[in-house]
Design a protein around this ligand. Structure first.
Ligand code: IMP
Ligand code: MG
Length: 179
């Protein structure tokens, strides 16, 4: 286990099994709809890569990169660093996120894309922290509901580190305190 991790919250095996189930469910729900999976970088990259291998219907993929301004003076402002590379009018969109926390980022993104008149927008998230929600947004597909702890691994970072851990771990409090 990485020495910055206090405990493993979700193991590799648990992730694999749940991601497989969600991939299967999305495939059944979107059969014949040719959806576009839109990954929200960077946190989505491992989840999306694994999820897509369990999706067995025609689909395409695209990515967006956003940054959200957080912290005590947060205004809930989100900026788009990379936009989609295709037209989404009339298409079914599935936004793929690492974690739905306050929901501010995804809520912004959903409204931002809605203007382009897609046929639908759904949200698939690896983790959901419903206790922290500020925006009116729900996950259509969620692999794990997690408590209000700062988690890293499987794509999620703390200051750009730990994305490479193959499991989801709770970060040791001293990691924040030392920085
Ligand atoms: P929201 O706008 O508050 O929902 O923020 C969502 C984004 O914040 C996620 O996509 C993550 O990048 C980041 N985030 C929220 N909680 C955590 C966490 O526990 N660990 C790592 N990143 C997190
Ligand atoms: Mg993210």
């Amino acid at each position: 286990m990485n020495r910055a991790v206090e405990r493993i919250l979700i193991t590799e095996e648990e992730i694999r099994e749940k991601v497989r189930q969600v991939g299967w469910q999305i495939s059944r729900d979107y059969e014949g709809k040719d959806p576009i999976f839109v990954g929200v970088l960077k946190g989505c990259f491992i989840f999306m890569a694994d999820l897509m291998r369990y999706v067995d219907i025609d689909c395409s993929m695209d990515f967006m990169a956003v940054s959200s301004y957080r912290g005590t003076t947060s205004t809930g402002a989100v900026s788009i660093n990379k936009d989609l590379s295709q037209i989404i009018e009339g298409r079914h969109i599935i936004l793929v996120e690492d974690i739905l926390d306050s929901g501010v980022t995804l809520n912004y993104l959903k409204n931002y894309l809605m203007v382009r008149k897609p046929a639908s927008i759904a949200v698939a998230t690896l983790m959901d922290k419903p206790s922290r929600r500020k925006a009116e947004i729900y996950a259509d597909y969620s692999c794990f509901e997690v408590p209000d702890a700062f988690v890293v691994g499987y794509g999620l970072d703390y200051n750009e580190r730990y994305r490479n851990l193959p499991y989801i771990g709770v970060l040791k409090p001293e990691i924040y305190e030392n920085e």
